[in-house]
Design a protein around this ligand. Sequence first.
Ligand code: GRF
Length: 220
Amino acid sequence: MTAPLPRLVILISGTGSNMATLIDAVRSGALGAEVAAVFSNRPDARGLATAREAGIATEVIDHRAFPDRESFDRALAGRIDAHTPDLVILAGFMRILTPGFVRHYRGRLMNIHPSLLPKYPGLNTHQRAIDAGDDEAGATVHFVTEELDGGPAIVQGRVPIVDGDTAESLATRVLALEHRLYPEAVRLFCSGRLRMDDRGVSLDGEPLPPGGLLLTAGQG
Ligand code: GRF
């Protein structure tokens, strides 16, 4: 008898291109996992159709139907847990999550953020990097903790900022990088090699450096 595959639940709010990349990687067998469900807090999220077309169960839990963050997060967690996930993946999920939600999924909740964390947590990361005169930007996959965009990094990738870059041109380049980073982080988690516990994040029992693994050109 073969062991059941780790179960992924993916949360989106919009286009879902990271979600689509993860679905493709699951289908190719590269992640050794299955996608149990895709959730959106927005009924109009474009990624919902993409998930449905891939034959994946989707659910909408509209945050506007709840009086506060706590009640939304409780309802969301209840529905997520019905799918018994091993890993919950935030992929462009544009809601700040309550401490109770984050604690509930501690060590099995990941996010991707379009900056070289700890630089530029929050929004408008690309414009902020350009305005600061940075010569590189990037993206970081990290475990989620109660600190917004502050959880320990798993994998990070860098791209140059070039003359004439706008927030849009930089976002396009970073998004292509994100599509390589997220499957790699999820693959490591699903293989059982990557863990987060009270001592931090480890790969094969060795602590990861503060920025996580650096994904270099040609990998992934
Ligand atoms: C990505 O840039 C991700 O880093 C950020 O939101 C964007 C989502 O894009 N958190 P998509 O919906 O995966 O296309």
